[in-house]
Write a protein that binds this ligand. Structure first.
Ligand code: AMP
Length: 523
């Protein structure tokens, strides 16, 4: 597998790619970029989702001359695709002062005229509108050195054959021509044959196709158990980068806060953040200092979001298109992704609508039990342990083992060490699937939230001990205790709750300062 640098791209573009999180070229990029850079013609069979846009756009940006005249022309079947391609090019050319103009029907022509007059270097457009501009004499094609036909099969299906041929005939003979198409029917091959010179043929074989690698699942939960359910799924799935979509801004805010309060590395993308603030949020997300990005559809629109491992629909989207758009944020460019939707019993219908519209099946899954979470933690623990073994540097600990193995069996010692480190506690499973009863506090009790949990080595005894010792409340009056990885709940009698809050807040448990608040009602 080649790297982007090995494909012949320059430093400044490599830098942009690193910022975008493109770690390595996709198969189509690996094959097409060197050919495109060498100015040879290309006929490539590749579908959307394979990374084909970058395959032609990066070399175009790389080979651009400083002159402010149209040098590259990209023809696309629809205005959406034209806009997407223009945005991608703009993104790849960051830091190079390149000018790119999308030209499509439906937008007032004068705006496009102004852009063209100011001297654009790359024009992306639908064939019809490009023809309009040629007729008006507002688009000069005599300096064009590269023409790309993107989704050629689609363009021919839409009846653009004549327009495309006319446009190609008006461009210089010595141009580079690249044709990208998902399928290669006769008509496309004929066009390629007439307008390319000794083209290099590239085909991305079937298993590398953009088959959707995104697994789709849903969990049915009661509205007020959504937050706990999400946390539990997060603990089992342990995503390294995930987007969580909510329906409204207020919900995004609320959820973001709750997740932060529970110790998850999360950020919220508001609709009304300034550009600088958005950039900061996105930077933290891209660098991994935030693992979860909570956003509404509107806030996420048009954002360049790196491929994420998981997309969560905290609220089921209002229409099937939004669903497709949301889950398109994961499983891109041949990687695997996971799309998880939480639905409440009343939203079942919406799910069916989405399934029907997208002709897909979304698998129902059972909410992970606490035992599942524990199993996941053990698995992660084993992985971590193997890593430590590989690293070595164990001398001081080996000494300890030797000392202690005079009294104990080495296997027993290891097991005891695991027990200590994993610090598992028995607890009642309070949320289950939808049949399960909702948990509120018992009558007469108040449920408190503590921002420490199992990962802080907290055990029920620590919480009981703190309340008993510091507040002077007898252990038996303390209600149920739920300890999660990063937070806990404890129920205390109503009359004493203020005192517990006051005394416990800021107190230290297992060496960690604790924040305590009244648990928010579940949503
Ligand atoms: P396309 O097939 O051009 O529509 O690209 C599909 C998606 O993959 C786009 O969102 C690109 O931003 C993304 N993408 C393209 N190339 C890469 C790469 N080398 N690494 C990661 N993501 C990529």
């Amino acid at each position: 597998m080649a790297t982007f640098a090995e494909l012949g791209l320059s430093e400044s573009i490599l830098k942009v790619l690193a910022e975008l999180g493109y770690d390595e070229p996709t198969p189509i990029q690996e094959q097409a970029i060197p050919v495109m850079l060498s100015a040879s013609d290309v006929i490539a069979q590749a579908q959307t989702g394979t990374g084909k846009t970058a395959a032609f756009a990066l070399p175009i940006v790389e080979r651009l001359r400083d002159e402010r005249v149209p040098q590259a022309l990209i023809l696309a079947p629809t205005r959406e695709l034209a806009m997407q391609v223009a945005e991608a090019i703009y993104k790849y050319g960051k830091g190079r002062r390149i000018s790119v103009a999308p030209v499509y029907g439906g937008q007032p022509i004068y705006r496009q005229l102004r852009a063209l007059e100011q001297g654009v270097q790359i024009v992306v457009g639908t064939p019809g509108r490009i023809m309009d501009h040629m007729r008006r004499g507002t688009l000069a094609l005599d300096q064009i050195s590269t023409v790309v036909l993107d989704e050629a099969d689609e363009m021919l299906d839409m009846g653009f054959a004549e327009d495309i041929e006319f446009i190609l005939q008006q461009t210089p003979q010595e141009r580079q021509t690249a044709l990208f198409s998902a399928t290669m029917p006769e008509a496309v091959l004929g066009l390629a044959h007439r307008y390319t010179k000794t083209p290099k043929r590239i085909s991305i074989v079937s298993e590398q196709h953009a088959i959707p690698l995104t697994r789709q699942a849903y969990y049915e939960v009661m509205p007020r158990e959504k937050l706990d359910a999400l946390c539990r799924i997060l603990d089992v799935e342990t995503p390294t980068s995930a987007m969580i979509f909510t329906r409204t801004r207020a919900e995004a805010d609320h959820l973001g806060e709750s997740l932060q309060g529970r110790g998850y590395l999360s950020e919220v993308l508001h609709g009304d953040l300034s550009q600088a603030q958005r950039d900061r949020v996105m930077k933290r997300f891209r660098e991994g200092s935030a693992e979860l990005l909570v956003a509404t559809d509107v806030a996420a629109r048009g954002l360049d979001i790196p491929d994420v491992t998981h997309v969560f629909n905290y609220d089921v989207p209002n229409d099937p298109e939004a669903y497709v758009h949301r889950i398109g944020r994961t499983g891109r460019a041949g990687r695997t992704g996971m799309a998880i939707t939480l639905i409440t019993p009343r939203e079942r219908r919406m799910l069916q609508i989405i399934e029907r519209a997208g002709r897909t099946r979304i698998q129902r899954q059972k909410l992970p039990s606490l035992a599942d979470v524990a199993a996941r933690r053990r698995e992660a623990f084993r992985d971590a342990l193997r890593g430590v073994l590989e690293q070595g540097d164990l001398d001081p600990y080996l000494l300890m083992v030797e000392e202690m193995s005079e009294e104990h069996d080495a296997v027993d010692l290891a097991a005891a060490a695991f027990k200590l480190l994993l610090n598992e506690v028995d607890q009642d499973d309070t949320i289950s699937s939808v049949e399960g009863d909702a948990v509120g506090a018992e009558p007469g009790m108040v449920r408190l939230f503590l921002d420490v949990g199992r990962l802080d080595q907290i055990r029920p005894a620590d919480i009981v001990g703190a309340i008993a010792n510091e507040v002077g409340l007898p252990g038996k009056s303390i209600g149920s205790i739920d300890i999660y990885d990063r937070f806990s709940f404890v129920e205390v009698p109503n009359e004493q709750s203020q005192k517990v809050l006051h005394v416990l807040n800021g107190a230290s448990m297992r060496g960690k300062k604790v924040k305590v608040s009244v648990a928010k009602p579940k949503r």
